[in-house]
Design a protein around this ligand. Sequence first.
Ligand code: HEM
Length: 376
Amino acid sequence: PYPWYAELRRASPVLRDPRTGTWMVFDYHGVRRALDDHDAFGSDVSAAGYGNLGWFIFFDPPRHTKMRALISRAFTPRTVAGLEPRVREIARGLLDTTAGRDAFDVVGDFAVPLPLMVIAELLGAPADDWSRFRRWSDVILELALTLQGGAEAQHAVAAFTAVRAEMARYLAELLDVRRDAPRDDLLSRLLAAEVDGSRLSDGEILAFFQLLLLAGHETTTNLIGNAVISFAEHPEQLARLRADPTLLPSAVEEVLRYRSPVQAVFRVTRRDVTLGGHAIPARSLVLAMIGSANRDPSRFPAPDAFDVARAPNAHVAFGHGIHFCLGAPLSRLEARVALGELLARTETIALADDQPWEPRAAFHVHGATRLPIHVT
Ligand code: HEM
């Protein structure tokens, strides 16, 4: 999409899609405004007639602030740093299953299970159930994709309804165990939590469970896959990284900027707003195009160059403002550990040209569903 973004940033950085009535924002300045000005650009998509699934990512203050606060302690950089040994153990275990093979699917065999197993354990679910979680979040993602309506929407809603019931039964069992004997996990914390003097309902806990399962892996999976693609396409940058592993954190930031796993986030105008000279009426759906903002030459010199040592690198791949990604420290850790372990075990990595990688079919998430590689 990048040449298309570049053209629109030049020609019309704020654009109304005449087919759907959705506004799209392509330049860095405009995207930052949409993310930072949460009074004008709200997150509650139900104001524009869509379901918000009870997920706090789609809430506005004051409810958003309270719900986010319930779990934010579990995701601070300090808490997350304590998870590193376990993340490394999981990464090594998964790579062990590929040992001795000169080709494997780095997404299916590695980048999918790793973050799912980590988020499952944080929540308090067995890591071994990860393939079930993958199936559930595929269905939820499908639903998110139909935000624009259309024929497949009915199918996606039906599939989601079935999955929601299955998840509710699964969750009820985990909660029952914890009601009697709380543990050191997120579900136990949510059971004990109070908002405005009352406990959360099971439905509210289910919403946390769904949001964290989906947000906690889909994006990190794509970050790891996108890193492998970027490295394979820029062997000189990979050589630089191999020569100086202290570049790994900045390489991860550059992948986030260069191939942003989340390409766009939704907002709904809460009043009439002027942006980039356009009058946007209240209750309009707005797409802040993060993936385009991260390639804006007014903010990033040589934006189409992949530079593992880029500094400064003030990308908005995790959003900005009050909804800034809660999982950013966790996904940075996971990506650093995953890529560090992969590089340590290989001398060369090449995309398998007999089996090209398959993109995830979604305009707002950017990643591969299958990414076969050859390694030595
Ligand atoms: C919010 C991206 C990983 C949990 C966000 C937002 C973005 C984002 C762009 C802002 C949404 C908005 O403004 O509407 C990413 C990327 C990730 C990643 C690119 C990995 C590369 C994770 C992980 C978790 C997570 C691992 C959880 C374990 C959340 C939550 C929110 C959020 C709960 C909502 C925060 C709020 O509304 O206050 N993420 N995310 N994310 N992310 Fe992430």
